[in-house]
Write a protein that binds this ligand. Structure first.
Ligand code: NOJ
Length: 579
């Protein structure tokens, strides 16, 4: 008797492609869809089941495609709709699903909805966005100097909210004399989900993509779509992003998502909601039994461990113990309902081996150890392009090399407010910038790592370590990180326990070891991970000591016949198959 319902997206391993940086087929220095098509066999060989494509829609590219000007067309530089259809078909032929990015908290300021809403103050389109009158500075605590308005306008915005990209969340529009809301860049105005026509437009657009044969959506910042009535001031004026407390998990977000579910999603559709600032209880409301019907969420508690209360543009040491506690909290919290997404990096985060492993002395071992973690926890593993090669952060020398709007604006704001010292800026940028993830994929050791032709200029510099870290070499070397990922992916297909098994933490208080079992009916695995670049003694829990076992997978050679006390090598990962 089985105690679980099979669901494709629980069993899947998802591979994330950031199109600009994946593969450039036409030598303009920017990756494109035909470039992805050339690599579909590569993805198939790796064994992944689903591709998450970061935005490829028409866009002015203020935030590399997260500013969409037309949801139903493909950005010229990336190719055509025919190319996209070929990609879809090539993936589907190989049984690889395709999920698209859904960015509907905001649009680009070049979207016709915004242009219409801007030019005709009284049209229906005005209500598609958040247009409001400003306030007299005298009646507020806000300083007009902090806002960009013409000299003859002495106003501050409707409330004190700030943007995630630094600076105010409102911009003044000279033509209409009103302000509009943008939680991200000023060129990314927030849609007003209160307006029924906005919901209709979004739902129709989603249906249009489903009719084109996609398998689901990754939903960008989806827990920000509901803003509270009256757009009140922040409840915490000292917050890093003032106002976030008002618009994160806003009052009607569940109504909107339930409506979306009922109107658009069928049983098979996969949805993964990107949701910062989320508790386990809230995650259940989105994904649980009586929730809004989302498949799973991306949460970020584990991405905060190396920050102080001052947020992203700060640094503190993280400890393996904290990582274990945080992720265990989510494993346990979504054990009976809801589902986890497993990731340690993506296009918004630095490279995982540089951040959580050791990219200098034990790159190979630590990259494999982290992969073992992600593929043996309960949830759906996500691989961000290049992770399977153990790609590392980029050695940025100066801010001029940084392209990312978030880094540039936040560093400016943090410097202005004195939150970062000038002396620390480059260390922090090197450690934290999203551009670490956005350097070109390293296919081989040629001039631009095979990302583009040798005479082209890639939009981001190639990491100089491409001679040692590249797909060609990795595929030729049976001991490589790439082969290890492939083995992990194929194990998940063989063993239901890796997908559906219960997670039980053991040796809870150990500082450097993360030890857990996965159990499904009679099938049981023991996972032992050494989160240290030094030898660490492993004393098995007494009930498991002496148990007969094989080594299912490991990043080191060992002869195992049972679970015994042993000394684990730096970053060693072992998965014992218990009999
Ligand atoms: C989250 C996306 O992952 C990020 O890249 C983007 O800048 C923001 N949402 C705004 O859309």
């Amino acid at each position: 008797m089985t105690t679980f319902d099979r669901t494709w997206w629980k069993e899947a391993v998802v591979y994330q492609v950031y199109p600009r940086s994946f593969n450039d087929s036409d030598g303009d220095g920017l990756g494109d869809i035909p470039g992805i098509i050339e690599k579909v066999d590569y993805l198939d060989d790796l064994g992944v089941d689903c591709l998450w494509l970061n935005p490829v829609y028409d866009s002015p590219g203020v935030d590399n495609g997260y500013d969409i000007a037309d949801y139903r067309s493909i950005l010229d530089e990336f190719g055509t709709m025919d190319d996209w259809e070929t990609l879809r078909d090539e993936l589907h032929k190989r049984d690889i699903k395709l999920i698209m990015d859904l960015v509907v908290n905001h649009t680009s300021d070049e979207h016709t909805w915004f242009l219409n809403s801007q030019s005709s103050g009284d049209s229906d389109f005005r209500e598609y966005y958040w247009w409001r009158e400003g306030r007299d500075p005298e009646e507020t605590d806000l300083d007009p100097e902090d806002y960009d308005t013409p000299d003859d306008v002495n106003e501050v915005p409707p409330n004190d909210w700030q943007s995630f990209f630094g600076g105010p969340a409102w911009s003044y529009d000279e033509d209409s004399g009103e302000w509009y809301l943008h939680i991200f860049d000023e060129r990314m105005p927030d849609l007003n989900w209160e307006t029924e026509a906005v919901r209709d437009e979004v739902f129709e657009m989603m249906e249009w993509w489903f009719d084109k044969g996609i398998d689901g959506f990754r939903m960008d910042v989806i827990n920000l779509i509901s803003k509270p009535d009256g757009l009140p001031n922040s409840d915490d004026p000292e917050a890093i992003v003032r106002g976030a407390g008002q618009f994160v998990n806003g009052p009607r977000v569940h109504d909107y998502l339930e409506e979306l579910h009922d109107r658009v999603l069928d049983e098979e559709a996969m949805t993964v909601g990107e949701m910062a600032e989320l508790s386990v209880e809230e995650a259940r409301q989105y994904t649980g039994r009586d929730g809004d019907g989302m498949s799973m969420v991306f949460t970020f508690d584990h991405m905060r461990l190396d920050m102080t209360d001052a947020g992203r543009w700060s640094y503190r040491e993280w400890s393996p113990q904290e990582l274990k506690e945080t992720m265990t909290h989510w494993q346990e919290g979504l054990a009976d309902e809801g589902w986890n997404s497993l990731f340690l990096n993506n296009h918004d985060e630095p490279r995982q081996v540089s951040r959580f492993g050791d990219d200098e002395y034990y790159r190979r071992e630590s990259a494999k150890m982290l992969a073992t973690l992600l593929h043996t926890l309960r949830g759906t593993p996500y691989i961000y392009q290049g992770e399977e090669l153990g790609m590392t952060n980029y050695p940025f020398d100066s801010l001029e090399e940084v392209r990312d709007v978030d880094t540039i604006k936040n560093v400016r704001a943090a410097r202005k407010s004195g939150r970062i010292d000038d002396a620390d800026v480059m260390d922090l940028v090197r450690y934290r910038t999203r551009d670490n993830a956005r350097t070109p994929m390293q296919w081989n050791d040629s001039t631009h790592a095979g990302f583009t032709e040798s005479e082209a200029t890639p939009w981001m510099p190639v990491n100089p370590n491409k001679d040692d870290i590249n797909a060609k070499d990795a595929r030729d070397d049976p001991e490589s990180i790439w082969h290890y990922y492939r083995d992990l992916i194929s194990l998940r297909k063989e063993r239901d326990v890796l997908v559906y098994g219960d997670y039980d933490l053991r040796l809870e208080d150990h500082e450097n070891l993360w030890v857990y079992t996965r159990t499904l009916e009679e099938d049981s695995l023991l996972v032992v991970l050494n989160f240290a670049g030094e030898e660490t003694r492993f004393d098995p829990p007494s009930d498991l000591r002496g148990e007969a076992a094989d080594l299912l997978i490991s990043n080191y050679e060992s002869d195992i016949v049972s679970v015994e006390t042993t000394v684990l090598r730096p970053w060693e990962a072992r998965v014992y198959d218990l009999h």
